[in-house]
Write a protein that binds this ligand. Structure first.
Ligand SMILES: [Zn+2]
Length: 113
């Protein structure tokens, strides 16, 4: 029936509208870490009790072959990086859904030919 095809085409159109701005996407995940300055007498870095300085933010990106690239992120860029990571995740999610709809469309078109 023609209806199924137009249904699938409509849901694909809806999915495409959920695609974020691809120009902003960033891979990886954001980690936080405390750092030690090793200055003698620093109360933040005192052995046993000091928690260190920070947190600092690090974008950790897997390059494959067990290689990881770690990029320190200045505090004022953290929000922007988080949004770019969300855009990346959303892109992958929507892309998979669109591919699934296209698979259904392919099956339906074969059935109707
Ligand atoms: Zn310190």
């Amino acid at each position: 029936m023609k209806d199924k095809i137009s249904q699938l085409t409509a849901s694909r159109k809806r999915l495409l509208q959920q695609m974020p701005d691809l120009s902003t996407v960033l891979p990886g995940s954001l980690l936080s870490r405390m750092v030690r300055c090793n200055k003698p007498g620093c109360r933040f870095c005192e052995k046993g009790t000091g928690k260190g300085h920070g947190p600092i933010w690090i974008l950790s990106v897997s390059l494959g072959n067990r290689q990881v690239r770690q990029v320190p992120i200045p505090g004022e860029m953290k929000k922007e990086v988080e949004e770019s990571l969300r855009a990346f995740a959303q892109t992958q999610k929507v892309l998979k859904q669109i591919a699934q709809v296209n698979l259904e469309l392919l099956k339906e078109r074969k059935r109707q030919r």
